[in-house]
Design a protein around this ligand. Structure first.
Ligand SMILES: [Zn+2]
Length: 448
């Protein structure tokens, strides 16, 4: 991000404060430790199970989904040991009743690793930041549990990325709780993610963000053009729970691109590109690729902020295809079609967003913008309680801009800006002394 001083905006502050740095050295260290070779080794291991179809063998030690998930669990456990016990690992099981792609009641098992926060009794500890990829795979026929379904890219890549983030990040401490999940049964109907999302909702867990990674490991498109300089990040504006007067008020304020999932996408783009300027994050204003879906969907539908990372360009010969050759053309989701340096950059984009968010304060509460006519814009919000708080960033952007354009630091909880609220959107972030900024809170309109 470029550092802007708001020149269209002058502020009056009563408090003097030190503006925190824009980069946290710990986040830079985490990004450096992410290894393309490790991701490659994990993908190769996942492919070695032949198929990871949800209805495949669960007993064999060498083939099928059972062997695959036991290996994923053992990998997480290896990192758990290195973390001094702060990472805990478990299977999360649920029984899925018969449906289109589930002929009989089926046990669906996510593999979940949870990193204990720095201070388990703090408010920040209740914020959960989830990163996931699905470990199941499929062949041409979604019901074919016997044929090879290597699933190197879909979604061995996302699973390997999650493992690599767990390996690296579990060596560090964060204010919030990090949850690394290898989701089950995505290809049969998003069942593993759906069960975990419902459990989170039923328990009232504060899932602050969900980073879904699905098809994040190839850079060569079906058109023969390589695109390795950016990743796509999909987000839907609002979900089914955004209804009624509150929703209409939000839209009437022009906040239609500031729903939870879209705000999260904007946040990730800004942070990821700040730490890795040679690699960009392209926001796509859509739940997923056209008329398709993924494991972020059940989270988004329940009102959690959830986004999907996916490669810049697709190759349909290499996904959801039986491994075969036809007329000299190769089909199938194979390791040799992948680009692990590219996948590592996508992992870094995830890590930058997750690490920053996990150490940031909570987003400021009760943000207000005064609706009265006037040449100034008055904003106020509640004071954050975190002990490492440095202050707040007041953000602004033109109503048509996809990204925040301006930033102003204050340690106060009220600002009066020489800027017109008619043409700009405003938001508030809390920021700690290391420069970790929260998600942006949007103000509601008040009379005065
Ligand atoms: Zn997938």
């Amino acid at each position: 991000m470029k550092r802007y001083f708001l020149f269209i905006i002058a502020a009056m502050f009563s408090a003097f404060a030190q503006e925190p740095p824009s980069k946290n050295p710990t986040v830079e260290k985490i990004l450096k430790e992410i290894s393309a070779d490790n991701i490659k080794a994990s993908v190769e291991k996942l492919v070695s199970f032949g198929t990871r179809h949800t209805l495949s063998d669960t007993v064999s030690e060498t083939r099928g989904i059972g062997a695959a998930r036991r290996w994923i669990k053992s990998e997480f456990e290896r990192y758990a040991k290195a973390s001094g016990g702060r990472l805990s690992v478990a299977f999360h099981e649920s029984t899925v009743p018969p449906s289109t792609r589930i002929p009989n009641p089926t046990n669906v098992i996510n593999v979940v690793a949870t990193l204990k926060p720095k201070n388990p009794n703090s408010e920040s500890a209740k914020r959960l930041i989830v990163v996931g990829g699905h470990y199941d795979s499929r062949a041409s026929d979604p019901m074919d549990a016997r044929s090879d379904a290597p699933g190197a890219n879909d979604d061995g890549s996302g699973t390997a990325l999650v493992l690599e983030l767990a390996r690296v990040m579990s060596k560090y401490e964060f204010d919030a709780t990090l949850v690394f999940i290898a989701f089950a049964a995505e290809e049969q109907g998003l069942f593993g993610a759906g069960a975990w999302a419902k459990m989170a909702k039923d328990n009232g867990w504060n899932v602050e963000a969900v980073f879904n990674n699905d098809i994040v490991g190839n850079s060569m498109g079906g058109d023969g053009v390589r695109k390795n300089e950016y990743v796509r990040l999909f987000s839907e504006a609002f979900s089914a729970v955004d209804t009624g007067m509150a929703f209409r008020r939000t839209v009437s304020l022009g906040h239609e691109n500031d729903g939870g999932s879209r705000s999260l996408a904007r946040y990730i783009k800004e942070i990821a590109e700040r730490y890795n300027p040679d690699f960009s994050v392209k926001m796509v204003y859509r739940l997923d690729r056209f008329s398709r879906g993924g494991d972020h969907r059940p989270f988004h539908q329940l009102g959690f902020s959830a986004v999907r990372f996916s490669v810049a360009t697709e190759n349909y010969d290499w996904q959801h295809q039986d491994v075969r050759a036809e007329k000299g053309k190769e089909y199938g989701d194979l390791v040799k079609f992948m680009d692990f340096d590219y996948c590592a950059n996508i992992a870094r984009a995830n890590a930058a967003g997750m690490a920053t968010l996990a150490n940031a304060p909570a987003p400021p509460e009760n943000c207000q913008i005064v609706a009265a006519l006037g040449y100034e814009t008055v904003l106020r919000w509640n004071k954050n309680t975190e002990s490492d708080l440095a202050g707040y960033f007041v953000r602004s952007r033109e109503t048509t801009s996809p990204v925040w354009q301006h930033q102003l630091f204050t340690s106060d909880t009220t600002v009066s800006l020489k800027a017109t609220k008619d043409e700009y959107l405003f938001g508030i972030q809390a920021v700690d002394k290391d420069g970790n900024a929260s998600l942006v809170s949007m103000p509601r309109a008040v009379g005065r």
